[in-house]
Design a protein around this ligand. Structure first.
Ligand SMILES: CC(C)(COP(=O)(O)OP(=O)(O)OC[C@H]1O[C@@H](n2cnc3c(N)ncnc32)[C@H](O)[C@@H]1OP(=O)(O)O)[C@@H](O)C(=O)NCCC(=O)NCCS
Length: 173
């Protein structure tokens, strides 16, 4: 599937909740996680906040329509990926990998030490996918305050089996 990567623009925001809803269908087949498929996506307002800060990238089709997005926030030494979603019909074709690579190039240029995220430890397209991209799962003593709070909030929201991961740019050199 031909696609391009670009920064998201404000007019893209209303289209992005449907991309996330479509992406989340992947969880229907995951034992104990089917509820993720019907969880509310990031709102248009949340997307607009990332977009206005230039912290959201899209994979778009040949008509410039969003197929996937990656958004995140500056969190101290690491740049934190808040959400990565690729719509169901476009999954498994390299868009997620390219979105992460784009964010990594940008974050490195900005002087961040690496990328961080939280994800499901056992879902095949979550932690195992990120491990193949060079991310490492963090043990509790390695968690900074932000990641500790993030995992605690996700546990309080009823999300099971979550882990925090980091990609360190210096290890990649
Ligand atoms: C995770 C996600 C963003 C990856 O995007 P993508 O465009 O499908 O990713 P890519 O095609 O670049 O690579 C997908 C990798 O995951 C694997 N993968 C994708 N779908 C898979 C599936 N259903 N089962 C097992 N592995 C799968 C592919 O084998 C590939 O790994 P490889 O390149 O090492 O072989 C996308 O699958 C998605 O939106 N999933 C639902 C939402 C989600 O889980 N978001 C991440 C939250 S942390």
């Amino acid at each position: 599937m031909p696609f391009a990567i670009r920064l998201a623009r404000p007019e893209d925001a209303p289209l992005l909740p449907d991309v996330e809803r479509s992406a989340a269908h992947a969880f229907v087949s995951q034992k104990g996680l089917a509820f993720i498929a019907s969880s509310p996506p990031l709102s248009v307002e949340q997307h607009l906040t990332f977009i206005l800060q230039q912290r959201e990238w899209l994979a778009v089709d040949t008509q410039d329509r969003p197929l996937g997005f990656l958004c995140g926030q500056d969190c101290g030494a690491y740049w934190h990926i808040v959400e990565l979603s690729v719509q169901q019909s476009a999954q498994g074709q390299g868009l997620g990998r390219r979105l992460i690579s784009e964010a990594a190039v940008w974050a490195r240029e900005q002087g961040f030490a690496g990328l961080s995220l939280t994800t499901f430890a056992s879902v095949p397209w979550n932690a195992p996918f990120y491990v193949r991209l060079g991310f490492k799962q963090l043990d509790p003593p390695q968690l900074d305050e932000f990641l500790q709070r993030q995992l605690a909030a996700e546990a309080a929201d009823g999300l099971p089996d979550r882990c925090a991961m980091r990609l360190d740019f210096k290890v990649m050199d």
